[in-house]
Design a binder for this molecule. Sequence first.
Ligand code: CU
Length: 160
Amino acid sequence: MCLLSLIVKNYILQGGFIVKKGIALLSTCLVITGIISACSAQSTSSSSQASSPTTQAATSNSQTSTSDQPTEVKIDMNEFSYSTGDIKVKAGEKIHFVLTNSGKVEHDINNDELKLDKDVQPGKTETLDWTAPSKTGTYQIICDKPGHKEKGMTLNLIVE
Ligand SMILES: [Cu+2]
């Protein structure tokens, strides 16, 4: 009886040891898995953090343009180009153009359909308040001084 209980006790101890060892092994695995997943989560979050400023900037931009304040659009002109690439505005958006002619001859921005026509003398800056049409699309703005459009004075105004 005494021997049996010793065997049982021993068996339990050994069993317990094995179980403990098993738990230790399991927890080690879990820790390793945890570290690996933490590492991959970190790299994922760092890459998403890198792209978030762009998203934030885009959000704040759209917030500015939907307010009552007109959106300022600066265009510099010279022989024979506009400083800006494509200009994107929202349908019905109020725009405050600031047009600077840093060239040596007269230039303008012109689009009949959009009722845009503003001449700017060389070395001068003119402003023009204008409301974007409700019809979305891509409109071409040109300088309608003879030969200027052909020499590259065009830009796309995209109404979204
Ligand atoms: Cu011109």
